[in-house]
Write a new protein. Structure first.
Length: 135
């Protein structure tokens, strides 16, 4: 909600919502809207990369291997989990261990968690959803 990092756009009045305006947050600054939301570090499924390698005939797209995509991602990321020691029951420790802590792109979870965030992780875990898929 801070105008120094959020343009604060809103929709036109919505007739079917009692003429309410809907917030349309858009981030200011490097990273755009990623700077104001719960940004995510997403890595595609290994079979997608393998399929691209097959389609292009270029082995550098393969997931596995010394110069495979998996290893290149590991060279990029620097996962910080120090703040997550308060909530180890919410994290898949095996999956976290598969990530790198040597790259130049710092990755971490919120330093301060709202109760709703912790409950969302707990609910996902109870339903068998792996919150952190290993490489």
């Amino acid at each position: 909600m801070n105008p120094s990092v959020n343009y604060g756009y809103v929709s036109t009045p919505q007739a079917h919502l009692d003429n309410r305006k809907i917030a349309c947050p858009r981030g200011r600054g490097l990273g755009g809207s990623s700077a104001i939301n719960f940004s995510c570090w997403l890595v595609g499924h290994k079979e997608d990369f393998n399929q691209w390698a097959a389609l292009t005939g270029d082995d550098c797209w393969k997931w596995e291997g010394e110069s495979g995509v998996k290893e290149r991602f590991k060279k990029i990321e620097n996962l910080h989990t120090e703040s997550d020691l308060q909530r180890p029951h919410l994290f898949d420790q095996e999956a976290l261990a598969a990530h790198s802590r040597i790259g130049k792109v710092d990755l971490s979870y919120n330093q301060v968690w709202l109760e709703a965030e912790a409950l969302s992780y707990q609910a996902a875990k109870e339903w068998g959803v792996r919150v952190h898929a290993p490489f």
